[in-house]
Write a protein of this length. Sequence first.
Length: 465
Amino acid sequence: ALGGRTSAGGLPTPASIGDQRVGPMAATTPSPSPAMTTLPRGGAGPPLDTWLGIRPHEWCEPWPWVYTYACHQYVTYPMWWSVIVGDVVGVWFIAAILLRQRQQDKEVRQRRLAIPKAVRARRAWKSVAASARLASMRAAKENRWEGACAWRNSWESVAKSRAERRDYLHKLDYNLGAVMTRATGPVMFTVVVALIVFETHAFYSLAIPWMNLDEVTGWWFVRIMGVFPARILLNLARTTFTDPGRPEATDDDGGAKDAMPASVWPGCDVEMGSGSNGHGTRRCGRCGTSKPERCHHCKVCRRCVLKMDHHCPIVNNCIGRGNHRYFCFFLFDVTVACFLISCLIAGLAAQVVIFPSPKMTVAFRIHVLAAFLVAMLVQSTIGPFFIFHLRLVLANETTLEFLGRRKSRRKRNAKAKEVKEYSRGAMENFVESCGAPPACLRPTMERCLRWLMPANMARLAKRSA
């Protein structure tokens, strides 16, 4: 494919990469057709390659015709297509805002219909009686000599205050920030998948030819390293499409019942507040479902999540008890893969920067530097994040619990507890979150846990063994 000198195994040598125009297309690629350089109808402006000297055939590989056509169009008219992509994203955000508004109106109607008419009538009369008492108290306090006019003004003032409070609670329930975060999820997921594909393509098109492996070694190396992109995509899909954990809805007697949608529970009232069942069952004040221990309400997903860690817009899902292990595996695979790519492309990137060849195309240089910088950036950000989550897993703690404990420690100015509240030992905590390791690897993992965790957690891990 590169058309240069090759090794005994048929793979190109590093010298062949610098001796010719190596990149998405070989040096023997014919010049672009006149259709690519002619001025289109409609006053779209001159193509980019007519005044910047950029040739689309150097940037676009001869892949399936859909990709080739889209690549040629974007390279030829980048400003136009950037505006189109921005408009599509903007329309997506506007649609998400309107959809949430329609959903909120539907929830209000369902909440009203879920309450019996007699209960709604009693609540309405209670609201009227409370408003009348407030108006009388305010009229007697402010203008006691004006009589009916003072009471009418007080009544109008109370009604205006109730309307403002109702609007404020509706805006608080709408939560524009959470709506925008939820709308950002699919966009971020698409960007993550595109970056994974980009780095995988850079590994096979840049790193493998640069290593100059023989035929047998290259065959095995390519197939062994193909496990990483497969695992990354698999764990990303599991993290995104696996339910993080939904608490089981219970009725007033403690028995199980079908879960209700958010804000449809009859005990939830936007203005009067949330009710309770009188049996001591802990319920969420927003969605009305039962709220067991270590369960938190996600304002983005608008539901309660068991052992909620955080809401991740990158995977477009909450991280909870059901998908926490897949999220940790995803972080580990991404960290290791980006480390390998940055190490393998470092030599080629140094040659492009320090000793560039005149025959290296601009597209090839940008491809190498972009792949190297993206791998380094992802490794430097995801690596510490993975270590942080690993320590949380070994301590049987979530991010919300860690932040809450840290906040309470700052307020009380007291030392933190030596042993975590839910910790049963580092090894048991790891097994609970990530599953049991093979028996042959258990002693090695225990030694690694003693090195990763503090001294008190290492002692707990030793006792639990």
